[in-house]
Design a protein around this ligand. Structure first.
Ligand code: ACO
Length: 329
C-alpha cells in the first residue's frame, strides 16, 4: 500500500507582548528606519520572563489537534523543533507530551535551527510513508528573546518568539507532503558565523562565559545573508523537482521569514510572483523554526489556501541547515 503524510491540522501561538522598533530605539543605538529598510521587520512578540518554549508549543499543539479533530491519545510521536528548549533535558517534546496528555506518543527534540520545521516534516514523512507511525505531531517552538543579547544591536532587532504545530496522518490519497529535501554545510556554518557558543559541553557555563556574553546568539549577518539566498533558492528547486512540479504550479510560497530582502531575492530567483509569496516577518521578526508553520497556519485559517492547493516551504538557518517541502492540502 502506498502511504502519504497528510496535513490534517495546524496551529500557531504568539505571546501577547509586542516589542516595536520604536521600543528598540530606547534600548540600543538603532532606528525604526534602519530596521525596516534592512530587514522589513516592524514589530515582534516577546514572551514574559516566566514563559518557556514549551508553553508556546502547547498552545500551538492544542490548536492543531483541535483542527484535525483527533484525540491526543491517537498521537504516536511528537517531534519538537527548537533551538531554545526549556532545558537540556527532559526534552521540550516530553514536556509538551505531558501537558497535552498524549501518553501514547514517543517524544524527542530536533535541532536544525531555522530549518527545523521542514527537517521535522522530513522525518515525519519518512516514518508515515514507511508505516512506522500513523499520527505524528510536529511542533516548532522558539523563544529567541531568551538567547538574544539585548545590548547587541546587530542581532537583537531581528528575532521574536512564536510557535506553530502540525498534525500529520497516514493517507492513501497522494496529498500532504509531496516531497521534501534537507541539506547542511557544517563547514561554512561553523559557530563563529552563526551560533550560540556557550552552555553546552564545549564551553559549560562559567563566570568567564557569562562575562564574555557567550550565552547569546552570535551572527555575521552579511555572510549568512549571501549563503541564505543561494541555498534557499536551491532547496526550493530541488523540492519542486522531487515533486515533479515547476515554480508556476505553486499556489503559495512560504519562505523562512528572516528578512524581506532575502525573501524577495529568493522569489526573484525562482520567478515566483510577489503576490504568491507569503510575508509576515514585519509582524513577528525571525522566529527561527516557527516562521514557516506560523505563516502556513495563518494562510489556512484566513482561507488564502485550501484543499488541493500546493504550498512550497523553504528555510535556512544555523548549522548551516536548509530544507524545502512541497505540501498539497
Ligand atoms: N541599527 C542601526 N545600525 C546597525 C544595526 C542596527 N540594528 N545593526 C547593524 N548596524 C550597522 C552596522 O554596524 C554597520 O555599520 P558600519 O557601516 O558603520 O560598520 C551597518 O549598520 C551595516 O551593517 P551590515 O551588517 O552590513 O548590514 P546588512 O545590510 O548586512 O544587514 C542584517 C544586517 C539585517 C543582519 C542582514 O545581514 C541579514 O539579514 N542577514 C541574514 C540574517 C539571517 O537570515 N539569519 C537567518 C538565520 S538565523 C538562525 O538560524 C537563528
Amino acid at each position: 500500500m502506498k502511504r502519504y503524510a497528510a496535513l490534517t491540522g495546524t496551529g500557531a501561538f504568539v505571546p501577547e507582548r509586542v516589542l516595536t522598533n520604536f521600543d528598540l530605539e530606547e534600548m540600543v543605538d538603532t532606528s525604526d528606519e534602519w530596521i525596516r529598510r534592512r530587514t522589513g521587520i516592524v514589530e515582534r512578540h516577546i514572551a514574559d520572563d516566566d514563559i518557556a518554549s514549551s508553553d508556546l508549543g502547547i498552545e500551538a499543539a492544542r490548536a492543531a489537534i483541535k483542527m484535525s479533530g483527533i484525540d491526543p491519545l491517537e498521537i504516536e510521536l511528537i517531534i519538537a523543533s527548537t533551538i531554545t528548549p526549556d532545558m537540556f533535558f527532559p526534552s521540550t517534546a516530553c514536556v509538551i507530551q505531558s501537558r497535552i496528555e498524549a501518553m501514547n506518543a514517543g517524544a524527542f527534540d530536533l535541532a536544525a535551527a531555522c530549518a527545523g520545521f521542514s527537517y521535522a516534516l522530513h522525518v515525519a514523512d519518512g516514518l508515515i510513508r514507511s508505516g512506522a507511525h500513523r499520527t505524528i505531531l510536529v511542533v516548532a517552538t522558539e523563544t529567541l528573546s531568551k538567547i538574544v543579547d539585548w545590548t547587541d544591536r546587530t542581532t537583537c532587532v531581528l528575532f521574536g518568539d512564536a510557535a506553530g504545530a502540525a498534525i500529520l496522518q497516514t493517507s492513501e490519497e497522494p496529498r500532504g507532503i509531496l516531497s521534501s529535501y534537507v541539506a547542511a554545510d557544517g563547514v561554512a556554518g561553523d559557530a563563529s558565523v552563526l551560533g550560540l557558543p556557550a552552555g553546552g559541553s564545549r564551553f559549560p557555563a562559567t563566570q568567564e562565559t557569562i562575562q564574555n556574553r557567550m550565552h547569546f546568539i552570535k551572527m555575521r549577518g552579511q555572510e549568512v545573508f549571501k549563503i541564505g539566498v543561494r541555498v534557499m533558492a536551491e532547496a526550493a528547486l530541488i523540492a519542486l523537482e522531487k515533486a515533479g512540479l515547476q515554480p508556476s504550479d505553486i499556489d503559495l510560497f512560504i519562505p523562512h521569514q528572516a528578512n524581506t530582502r532575502i525573501i524577495e531575492a529568493v522569489g526573484d530567483r525562482l520567478t515566483i510572483a510577489h503576490e504568491r509569496i507569503y510575508i509576515n516577518v514585519d509582524k513577528y521578526g525571525n522566529t527561527s523554526s516557527a516562521t514557516t508553520i506560523v505563516a502556513l497556519d495563518a494562510a489556512i485559517r484566513a482561507g488564502q489556501v485550501g484543499e488541493g492547493d500546493k504550498i512550497l516551504l523553504v528555510s535556512f538557518g544555523g548549522g548551516f541547515t536548509w530544507a524545502g517541502t512541497v505540501i498539497q492540502l
